[in-house]
Design a protein around this ligand. Sequence first.
Ligand SMILES: Cc1ncc(COP(=O)(O)O)c(C=O)c1O
Length: 418
Amino acid sequence: MTASNGGLDLASIRRDFPVLRREVHDGVPLVYLDNAATSQKPVQVIAEITRYYRDSNANIHRGVHSLSQEATGQYEAARDKVAAFINAPSSSEVIFTKNTSESLNLVAHAWGRAHLKAGDEVVLSEIEHHSNIVPWQILRDERGIVLKFIPMLPDGTLDLAEAKRLITDRTRLLGVTQMSNALGTIVPVHELTALAHEHGALVLIDGAQSVPHMAVDVQELDADFLAFSGHKMLGPTGVGVLWGRMSVLEQMQPFLGGGEMILTVTLDESTWNEIPARFEAGTPNIAGVIAFGAAIDYLGRLGMDRIRAHEIELVDYAMGRIGDIPGITVFGPPNPRQRGGVVSFDLEGVHPHDVGQVLDSRGVAVRTGHHCAQPVMAKLDVPATARASFYIYNTIEEVDALAEAIHEASRFFGNGHA
Ligand SMILES: Cc1ncc(COP(=O)(O)O)c(C=O)c1O
């Protein structure tokens, strides 16, 4: 197949990722297809971490000395880059956390505890990652709120007719993923957001899988919160983002108490700092945030529309290549435009863990397990799946390597395949 790669220059991109030249098992080239778990990092991001520690390391927002002011400037410049990347009306709406999980917990804790009372309803979906289920269950047990779940249909999409029934004037918040990490399903969040707003509910979008892979514009999205992780989009681990609409953030209580989030403290009481500092207690991951800025620059140079086009091509090709392997079931929507760069599958009679091991012996790194989405596994009636997930540097040849490795697993475990 002649691939257009969405217009990306893959050879040049791959040169920026030293780890892609790795071999495993003494000489087997690495085929890294576990990008939904975490992406690899380009030299530009790695270099920025080193540069920061060599030249600019100081604590931020608290020193008058030059180095502290320089580090503060670089940290705040990264916030501006994130704001521009998601088209936030103001950089002050961008809160740095440590990952998507913390961003989602921040909403449940700081907004939920301030605004929800017994009987209030929060609507989630059955395809959420555990990190958009568990914080709400904790709040339910504490406050007596009611959780409702938009059901998943057999093709991995959400039952929108049922969503219309579940979202009512009792709904205070809709929390939904924009792209399922377990199945790749892209959720029509615009439609759901409009529906929730008609009923006066706020909307929290889990963008952990969407923001790294497609253009996401918070003004166009019109949601109230968007959570995502830097490490899934070329950045270092330990940096996450919560974007929130300012008028909503202003009505929230702090999440964590401590340094930097206060204006005044007496032994009796404290007053809160401006937003976003109010939600960033203590010394943050300064180097990580600054290097995340370099990751945003890198993605911006490639263009999110090209990244999306490349992944549609890879997924379309992968589904064609593996769809006829004996015993295979590929989960999620059949239309590549309705899914991100994720192919989750089951090989009849073979545990996904064993599939993963055969693939690994050929250098192909995929994730096997429940993908922190046990309710999805329960609905599919499987204990786990094997999941290949693509990103900017993956090639058609790597999809071929994946397909051949699955063929081998199918042969190895005697799946009726010659
Ligand atoms: C859809 C989704 N939400 C939330 C998360 C949690 O992200 P993190 O582990 O960075 O907190 C993930 C991670 O895989 C995810 O895919």
